[in-house]
Design a protein around this ligand. Structure first.
Ligand SMILES: C[S@@+](CC[C@H](N)C(=O)[O-])C[C@H]1O[C@@H](n2cnc3c(N)ncnc32)[C@H](O)[C@@H]1O
Length: 362
């Protein structure tokens, strides 16, 4: 297990990722750790819990705000592996659980500005003006337009120099009065109204890949179907609309996606079950069908490891003869993996951008 030199902590990514591809910490974590003071702290987007372990080690009281079920689990594991105590209440999923006693917010920059704006809005609605915000990320992931926006928005703004390609900002903000969260949405081709919270995949428009999959709603869907990595619920809810007798389970690693899919099921009066979990961790039912538009990024890195784990777990969770329908960008090397796991793999459609695979279990 790799050891974070600054802290002596032995930390791992979950699922394990080769060290040459990703480590559970980076120079931005070092930067945040260096500037953090002993005040009640909220960490946001600490993907593998590295920062959280280091702060616990220093005795700094903290709460970790995660969106990802996998990040929650990885944070727990890394604490356990380093004999560090982590109470259940120290991991939160929802902005309503942000402790009002927080005086320091440490943020690892996310992939999109929308998500950062959402976190800051939630924190500013709940925390006083003297709360210190430290934001850090790798320079290549921090466009000047983000810095400009932050400088305009902040009450005080200080930029530290770039160290080992990481940048750190120290900010304070005037508090905000509570506002309604920015749901954003569209109408699908089949007439569903879908909305999503910031950061949820394709929340403002119909993703092209999903559209290719949904040209095949006339496949013989039946029994229990799982929409794996459901996002705002587009795939599963459209299939439930077309086949009302389906027993539909939607699941996603992202809590904001789960909230969005739940909201959309209610709005469209569709009776479904939505669960928050890493891949199929929360789905125990034997499945007749799985539909999936898998992610091919983990944070900023383009990786196929999540999709591959999705295929492996799908092959286990399906009943004999059960089917997995996967839509994927054409350049992604999924066919070989799918052929090793399933008895038959049929390419239902392929154009210059997407391939649709129908895989059947023996
Ligand atoms: C390409 S999006 C597809 C969303 C939706 N199904 C659609 O087609 O519009 C991939 C989804 O997988 C989810 N995801 C990423 N990692 C996951 C994991 N480990 N377990 C479950 N879902 C995951 C993401 O949060 C995202 O919602």
């Amino acid at each position: 297990m790799p050891v974070w030199e600054t802290t002596g902590l032995a930390l791992s990514c979950h699922p394990p990722t080769p060290e040459h591809i990703a480590l559970p910490w980076d120079a931005a974590d070092d930067y945040l750790l260096h500037f953090a003071v002993a005040q009640p702290t909220l960490t946001i987007n600490d993907r593998h819990g590295a920062l959280s372990c280091a702060l616990t080690q220093k005795g700094i009281p903290l709460v970790n705000w995660h969106d990802s079920a996998n990040a929650c689990e990885t944070t727990r594991r890394n604490h356990q592996n380093n004999q560090l105590k982590l109470e259940a209440g120290q991991i939160i999923l929802s902005e309503d659980q942000i402790p009002s006693s927080t005086r320091q917010v440490l943020i690892k920059l996310p992939k999109n500005l929308e998500q950062l704006k959402f976190w800051l809005q939630c924190a500013r609605e709940r925390l006083p003006h003297d709360t210190r915000y430290l934001l850090a990320g790798m320079v290549k992931h921090m466009p000047v337009s983000w810095l400009n926006w932050l400088e305009q928005e902040a009450a005080t703004y200080r930029q530290e120099q770039v160290v080992r390609k990481a940048r750190l900002l120290e900010l304070t903000f005037t508090p905000l009065t509570s506002t309604a969260h920015s749901w954003s949405g569209y109408q699908t081709d089949s007439g569903l109204t879908l909305s999503g919270l910031p950061g949820v995949f394709s929340r403002q428009q119909h993703d092209i890949g999903s559209r290719v999959l949904l040209e095949h709603t006339d496949l013989p869907f039946g029994g229990t179907l799982c929409d794996l990595g459901c996002g705002n619920g587009l795939l599963g809810l459209t299939l439930k609309q077309a086949h009302p007798e389906l027993n539909l389970i939607l699941t996603d690693d992202s809590w904001l996606a789960v909230r969005s899919a739940q909201h959309n099921a209610r709005q469209n009066q569709l009776d479904v079950c939505v669960r928050h979990g890493d891949i199929l961790a929360e789905v125990r039912e034997p499945l007749d069908w799985i539909v999936c538009n898998p992610p091919f990024h983990d944070g900023h890195k383009q990786l196929t490891n999540i999709a591959e784990r999705m295929f492996e777990q799908s092959a286990k969770a399906l009943i004999s003869g059960g089917r997995l329908l996967v839509i994927a960008n054409r350049h992604l090397p999924y066919a070989g993996k799918l052929r090793r796991l399933f008895q038959t793999v049929e390419v239902l459609s392929a154009d210059s951008r997407f391939s649709l695979y129908l895989c059947q279990k023996r």
